[in-house]
Design a protein around this ligand. Structure first.
Ligand SMILES: [Zn+2]
Length: 256
């Protein structure tokens, strides 16, 4: 796959593409064994490997509790997921992740980021005004330089099924390492061409080892609903909570 891709990608782009895919792959694995509980849980991540140092020493870590946001005239996030083609849905043991084969991008100002994968955390990782939500999706994008932009969508409890999530729930892999193929119709309800102005913006990190910083976080203010049944389906596949606790804001400013 990699060598096939490198034939297609102009030489100039190879380094940044590999850099970002290495970072993205580490969201799903990494080298040292880490988990969400016990001796390899979040409070020990920084000690598990020298590569994970930022988990302990970083000053711009994610997630955060968004409680004060400065009004700024943020440019809209322009979504274009119309051509999104997913590859599969995988139970990584850390998350439920949809890998993207092609299509799917966002534009902020003139900076374009391409969707690589999206995955779920339950309960939410980011909090808003000290409130945690039952489910959070992270849409992980990279631009051509390899910079990452994560779009976070927090789901709130609702009476009705969320139709976009239903298509994924039908294919949920229940055991670690399991994966199921997806087709474009399974993600078509995520497909959207829209411009979103209401979001929080902050500078953060990956929320999993190696906790790499320099990640642009775009946390959507609108919170879609999901039903209790759907939440239980995700939780059953995840087996345990997979949220890292909120991290100190330090010198950062959240804008909206
Ligand atoms: Zn995540």
């Amino acid at each position: 796959m990699k060598s096939f891709l490198s034939l297609l990608i102009p030489a100039l782009l190879i380094a940044p593409v590999l850099t970002s895919s290495a970072v993205i792959a580490s969201e799903t694995g990494g080298h040292a064994k880490w988990s969400y509980s016990g001796a390899t849980g979040p409070s020990h991540w920084g000690d598990l490997s020298p590569e994970f140092g930022l988990c302990k020493q970083g000053k711009n870590q994610s997630p955060i509790d968004i409680s004060t946001a400065i009004d700024a005239k943020l440019p809209p996030v322009k979504f274009d997921y119309a051509m999104l083609v997913p590859e599969n849905i995988v139970n990584t043991g850390h998350s439920i992740q949809v890998n993207v084969r092609s299509g799917g991008s966002i534009k902020v100002n003139d900076d374009e980021f391409f969707l690589k994968q999206f995955h779920f955390h339950s309960p939410s990782e980011n909090m808003i005004d000290h409130v945690s939500y039952p489910l959070e999706a992270h849409f992980v994008h990279a631009n051509e330089k390899g910079d990452l932009a994560v779009v976070a969508v927090l789901y709130q409890p609702g009476a009705m099924d969320n139709l976009a999530l239903n298509a994924l729930i039908k294919h949920l892999p229940m055991k670690t390492g399991d994966s199921n193929r997806l087709s474009a119709t399974d993600t078509q309800l995520f497909e959207r061409k829209k411009s979103v102005k209401n979001y929080f913006n902050y500078n953060g990190s990956l929320t999993t080892p190696p906790c790499t910083e320099g990640v642009r976080w775009l946390v959507m203010q609108s919170r879609p609903g999901l039903s209790e049944r759907q939440l239980l389906a995700f939780q059953k596949a995840l087996k345990q909570p997979n949220n890292r606790r909120v991290q100190p804001l330090n010198a950062r400013i959240v804008t909206k």
